[in-house]
Design a binder for this molecule. Structure first.
Ligand code: FAD
Length: 321
């Protein structure tokens, strides 16, 4: 019996029948990366349901010297959760560890196990009037362990930062099977090196993340759309449609009167601008601008506003004259 087979049989005793999957049909969907570009192979999937089971399986794997590949939702973009094609590695699925251990609006913290799907955490936070601000397209499948191990960013990254700034602590099983417990959630925790920070973004190379303490923010109380801005946006679209269609569409949108008023104001504005330009042209024809010394030009501009023009001109006079 080779090392992999020995490990699979030992894991059966440690995890029970639910914790070891050897049916190739059940394994197959999980050995190809999300983009379908990297294809791997694994003789089994280990699916522990608790931190103790993860620790037991990591100890056994270390003993038999068989590499484990942790996997959450398998939505990562760099095939980090895909095992090697030669079948020498075994998938360690974290999806059975899917409990939210604690969640509190007062502390603004949630402690979620590695296999909790992001959308589930969003719902749990929403139920207590809070929000976990990280979100991304894969929120229905990706897990807290995977998000932590990839230091994911998501669509709110500019405002709230990556997972690194949202993780308050990590619990993980280290390669020797010992458990690192960093779930205190303390803002200031200077007890030695920050293993939590090392584990974030490590893609499972330094340990298996089993639970994470996460920072929450208050839920968005209300959203408002600037109706005026929205109306202008629709007007902008209408201007690009053929006239007949634009009129029908504006009527349908109850924007016709708004568009007509705006059109009138705009026409008035354009007419006034044309008059001003014509006026200015006439003036420059009488007295070409560039031929004039600076102060004379200023007085021309100030035409019609003598008091103001005179004041400006006097300010421009050198003091010693
Ligand atoms: C549609 C879509 C949109 C996305 N949008 C974004 C985005 O906007 N921003 C962004 O940053 N990313 C984005 N991603 C990628 C994102 O990083 C992943 O979706 C997510 O972080 C991975 O979570 P997962 O549970 O699927 O992890 P997996 O893909 O299963 O694993 C990812 C890596 O983490 C390791 N890992 C998984 N679980 C653990 C664990 N418990 N302990 C230790 N290591 C573990 C794996 O070994 C692997 O190396 C997107 C992906 C998709 C499919």
């Amino acid at each position: 019996m080779d090392a992999v087979s020995k490990l699979i049989s030992a894991a059966g005793h440690a995890l029970g029948p639910k914790g070891v999957i050897t049916d190739p049909k059940e394994i197959e969907p999980w050995v190809t990366d999300w983009r379908g570009r990297v294809h791997g192979s694994s003789p089994a999937i280990f699916a522990p349901a608790s931190t103790e089971e993860v620790a037991a399986i990591v100890r056994l794997a270390a003993e038999h010297r068989v590499p484990l590949v942790p996997q959450g939702g398998n939505t990562g973009m760099v095939a980090g959760a895909t095992p090697a094609a030669d079948g020498s590695q075994i998938l360690l699925s974290m999806r059975r560890m899917n409990r939210i251990r604690a969640i509190s609006a007062d502390n603004r913290l949630a402690v979620a196990e590695a296999g909790v799907v992001l959308a589930t955490l969003h719902e749990a936070a929403n139920d207590i009037g809070m929000r976990f601000p990280l979100t991304l397209g894969a929120r229905g499948s990706c897990t807290i362990g995977g998000l932590t191990s990839t230091n994911a960013g998501g669509t709110q990254v500019l405002r709230f930062g990556t997972m690194r700034s949202l993780v308050a602590g990590v619990e993980a099983v280290l390669p020797d099977g010992s458990v690192h417990d960093g779930l205190t959630g303390l803002k200031k925790d200077n007890r030695g090196y920050s293993l939590d920070q090392l584990l974030i973004g490590a893609e499972g190379t330094l340990g298996v993340v089993t639970a994470v303490a996460l920072r929450l923010v208050p839920a968005v109380a209300a959203r408002a759309v600037d109706a005026r801005g929205y109306a202008f946006a629709r007007l902008w679209i209408a201007q690009r449609l053929p006239r007949r269609i634009a009129i029908d569409w504006l009527r349908e949108q109850r924007l016709y009167r708004f568009a007509v008023d705006r059109g009138r104001r705009r026409a008035h504005h354009l007419y006034a601008r044309r008059l001003r330009r014509r006026d200015r042209g006439a003036r420059s024809r009488c007295a070409p601008r560039r031929a004039q010394p600076r102060h004379a030009r200023r007085s021309l501009h100030a035409e019609g506003r003598p008091a103001h023009g005179a004041l400006q001109q006097s300010r421009r006079q050198p003091r010693w004259q």
